[in-house]
Design a protein around this ligand. Structure first.
Ligand SMILES: [Zn+2]
Length: 494
């Protein structure tokens, strides 16, 4: 059987300050999807990384009295530790200051130049330094950047241009014929709407600052940071070396909804020009606070590393994946982390695990009894719903399906009262519960990798593949070990 490949990327983060919860959320979602495909036995490649060039980095580094290279070097440590703390199972951490990346950018430039899609001219426009983006007059909100709500700068410079306008019709045709290339569909409709007005060519070089990759034909110019950054998705799979073809195009660029335009219109037209197939894009929502937007200036940015140290990384992962409908915006509320931890993780999952293993230790000398799983329980697992939700990337619903099964297992314990039973009747109940726990561990493993591992190893089995989500596969006479409690209840209210 042919092994399917799955290549997933996060956006690369701009390390102008330490990582916040939004960075963590995107990585957790991408990691869950990558782990899900590994569970299915697919060949997975998962990349994340940093977008280290641009005027803003140059400015901030200067403010900190550091050369930009040293500044990004130091910032990269925080982003790497974020990945470690949250169990992000990436295959590559790509940085745009790497030599391999410069090679990829130069190759893309050469291809679009050879196609006749590059020309030199003068550019004048309203530029937001924070976005590294020019805005047209219609896009500005009272002369402010529509994203940052801060004044834009009028910039006039000699620039190289990419004939993006030439690809307008091709982009519209592509989006109309390939609806699954941009999800959710609301984002596709927005892009199609924006493509109704004539598409301008794209200024792809800058001369007003120096921190970036220089154009090969004119060293005074450096690449526009988006052309530089987007190419990282090719760098990570080895482009322009032939081996990139085994992964390209990406099966999912997971990105925030503010950069959908860059990942579709800009990135796809560059790829069309360079003669490369187009990747799929999925846009997730933003996490806000009940009081509004999280922002550095308001001083209300949530530090995901501190949060994970306080509650445990699986608890943070659970909250974000369960609470926020994937693809939509969500609200961060620390009280809700505590509630979900207490009522769902500790009371339901942790409690089930503890009860079942204690009962097996006490009544079966700590080994799995020999029996077949009770039909009463097997009927409660909604495996088809789980699978179809995962396939549609309805991660929150898929996770809810597993947790509903956990609840059913607890109900089964209460109804059967196995401590009152003996002999074959007791063994059947305990085997059914232990085998169900084994399945729960597999289904949870993409979401809560540490917990999945702990449950499996307490049952003396390895977290296996999705193929093992069948009842009666837990071998009898396997030694169990309860181990530590999975989730502690958090008593204090905020
Ligand atoms: Zn802006």
């Amino acid at each position: 059987m042919r092994c399917l490949k799955f290549f997933i990327t996060t956006a690369i983060d701009y390390p102008s300050s330490k990582p916040h919860l939004g960075h963590a959320y995107e990585k957790i979602c991408a990691d869950t999807i990558a782990r899900w495909h590994r569970l299915l036995g697919h060949k997975v490649y998962f990349s994340t990384g940093l977008d280290e060039h641009g005027k803003k980095i140059e400015r901030i580094a200067k403010k900190n009295d550091k050369p930009p290279q040293q500044f990004v070097e130091e910032m990269s440590v925080h982003f790497r530790s974020l990945c470690r703390v949250l169990s992000i199972s990436f295959d590559d951490f790509v940085r745009t200051t790497e030599v391999r990346h410069e090679k990829a950018v130069l190759e893309i430039f050469q291809r679009i130049d050879e196609k006749g899609d590059v020309y030199n001219s003068l550019y004048e426009g309203s530029y937001c330094v924070e976005c590294e983006t020019y805005y047209s007059r219609e896009e500005l909100v009272e002369n402010n950047c529509p994203v940052h709500e801060k004044p834009v700068e009028l910039v006039k410079e000699d620039s190289y241009f990419f004939r993006m306008g030439k690809y307008q019709k091709q982009l519209i045709d592509f989006l109309e014929k390939n609806p699954s290339h941009l999800l959710p569909k609301e984002r596709r409709n927005e892009i199609l709407e924006r493509l109704k007005v004539p598409l301008n060519d794209l200024s792809i070089s800058r001369t007003t600052f120096g921190w970036g990759i220089r154009l090969p034909n004119n060293k005074k110019h450096i690449f526009y940071v988006w052309v530089d950054a987007l190419t990282n998705y090719l760098t990570t799979v080895g482009f322009p070396k032939k081996r990139f073809e085994q992964w390209w195009p990406a099966d999912m660029h997971l990105i925030g909804r503010d950069i959908v335009w860059h990942h579709t219109v800009i990135w796809w037209s560059l790829l069309m020009s360079a003669g490369l197939p187009l990747p799929k894009v999925f846009s997730h929502g933003f996490i806000n606070l009940a009081s509004g937007k999280m922002s550095k200036s308001k001083g209300n940015v949530v530090d995901p590393i501190a949060l994970s140290e306080k509650y445990g990384s699986d608890v943070v992962r659970y909250f974000l994946l369960r609470e926020i409908p994937f693809g939509e915006d969500g609200v961060f509320d620390e009280q809700k982390i505590i509630e979900r931890n207490n009522f769902e993780l500790a009371n339901e999952l942790g409690n089930l695990h503890y009860r079942v293993l204690s009962l097996i230790e006490k009544n079966c000398a700590g080994t799995i009894p020999s029996a077949a799983t009770d039909n009463v329980l097997t009927k409660k697992l909604e495996l088809e719903a789980f699978r179809s939700n995962m396939e549609k990337y309805q991660l929150h619903f898929a996770l809810a399906t597993v947790m509903a099964f956990v609840k059913e297992c607890n109900k089964y314990v209460n109804e059967k009262e196995p401590w009152k039973l003996s002999g074959a009747a007791q063994e059947k109940v305990l085997y059914s519960l232990a085998d169900s726990l084994r399945i729960i561990a597999i289904l949870l493993s993409p979401f809560l990798p540490k917990t999945g591992e702990k449950i499996s190893s307490s049952l003396g089995v390895k977290t296996a593949s999705f193929k093992d989500v069948k009842f009666d596969l837990l071998p009898a006479r396997t030694k169990v070990s309860k181990g530590e409690i999975l989730f502690k209840k958090i008593e204090d209210r905020l």
